[in-house]
Write a protein that binds this ligand. Structure first.
Ligand SMILES: [Zn+2]
Length: 371
């Protein structure tokens, strides 16, 4: 059993892992799965923001990079524009020197975008957003409207302080909830309405402090109280102190309730948590419709991949990648979307057959490019 070069703990390389490494012709890893993920995520600053200026125009910007960074950072609109040419940074490979050292030198020279937001309106203060409208401090969210201080909300409206809310509206403090309306402090709840402090409920309406209930109405800490009594109790909720008291009572009640060992829905031969419609995935988390993957975190429609954080929609044959949307056959990439057959690349889009590139796109000739 190998020992991790970073944390020195022993870790397992399974027969499936070895088959994958042989198929894509890479050596076995020297770091354990946790340290490999830590290395990948160190490339992704989601939500720590800095005030700075664009190194292209001097205009004030919000940035995910500290002003003392060693590389140029451009306002995201300027970075995507034709005001500069990434191929000006192209260079010859020195075959006598380390390739990784030269790739790092390139990455330190090519400008980086201050933020990563696409097709957003009035949602400047946020990062990794897609098609958001009137949002503030949203991170990793898409197609949301008037949502604030949240991460990974998809198709939500009027949501605050939530994580992983999908198609929810007018709600506060949701975690892993879907199709909920007017709910507060709920986790793992689906299709609920006007429900508060609840966990793992489905199709519930007017419930408070409930755990593991299905299709009920007017329940208080898993007991029926009737419409009039429920309305009377809800009317008494008002002060912050009372909400905090209810929160503590709910957490104690939830801790005493039966809970699933993992959240897996329609999964076959899979290990991990928050998996839905997955087959043959190992040590994976927050995946939907994934097949034959291992050590992956957060993604959808991803197949035949190892060590991928935030990828899919769809993607296949990925290894050691971070943020890989709609791509296939990528190794060692960061923030590379809609590519195929690229390795050791950073900020490359709609390209194929790249090695060691930073910012390339087919629109500017990003094909069959090295450095
Ligand atoms: Zn380790």
């Amino acid at each position: 059993m190998p020992t991790c070069k970073n944390c020195t703990t022993a870790f397992t390389i399974t027969e499936q892992d070895k088959t994958f490494y042989a198929r894509i012709n890479v050596p076995a890893p020297t770091l354990c799965p946790a340290c490999r993920q830590q290395r990948r995520l160190s490339w992704r600053n989601e939500r720590t923001f800095y005030q700075g200026v664009s190194d292209l125009s001097g205009k004030p910007i919000l940035s995910i990079y500290h002003p003392s960074k060693p590389f140029p950072v451009y306002d995201q609109a300027e970075w995507w524009s034709d005001a500069w040419d990434p191929f000006d940074y192209g260079r010859e490979i020195d075959w006598q020197r380390s390739l990784l050292a030269q790739i790092n030198e390139l990455f330190q020279a090519v400008p980086r975008p201050s933020l990563f937001n696409r097709n957003c309106v009035n949602s400047y203060y946020g990062n990794i957003q897609e098609s958001n409208l009137n949002c503030y401090y949203e991170v990793g969210s898409g197609w949301c409207e008037e949502s604030y201080y949240s991460t990974i909300n998809i198709h939500c409206k009027n949501i605050m302080d939530s994580h992983y809310a999908h198609q929810c509206e007018l709600s506060y403090y949701l975690v892993n909830c879907e199709h909920c309306y007017s709910c507060v402090y709920c986790q793992n709840c689906h299709n609920c309405l006007e429900t508060y402090f609840s966990y793992n409920c489905r199709g519930c309406t007017n419930c408070f402090g409930c755990v593991n209930l299905r299709n009920v109405q007017y329940y208080w800490f898993n007991q029926p109280v009737g419409e009039a009594e429920f309305i009377r109790r809800i009317a008494s909720l008002g002060s912050y102190a009372f909400w905090q008291k209810m929160k503590q009572e709910f957490l104690a009640f939830r801790a005493s309730s039966l809970q699933p060992y993992a959240v897996q829905v329609k999964c076959e031969r899979s290990t991990g948590d928050y998996l839905s419609s997955c087959e043959d995935v190992r040590s994976c988390f927050d995946l939907v419709e994934a097949t034959n993957c291992a050590y992956c975190y957060r993604g959808e429609k991803i197949t035949d991949s190892l060590d991928c954080d935030i990828g899919g929609w769809p993607a296949s044959n990925l290894y050691e990648v971070l943020s890989a949307d709609t791509s296939s056959a990528m190794i060692g990439t960061v923030f590379c979307w809609e590519n195929s057959f690229i390795q050791y690349c950073y900020h490359c889009f709609t390209s194929q057959d790249l090695f060691g590139c930073s910012l390339a796109a087919l629109a500017c000739g990003g094909s069959d490019t090295v450095f």
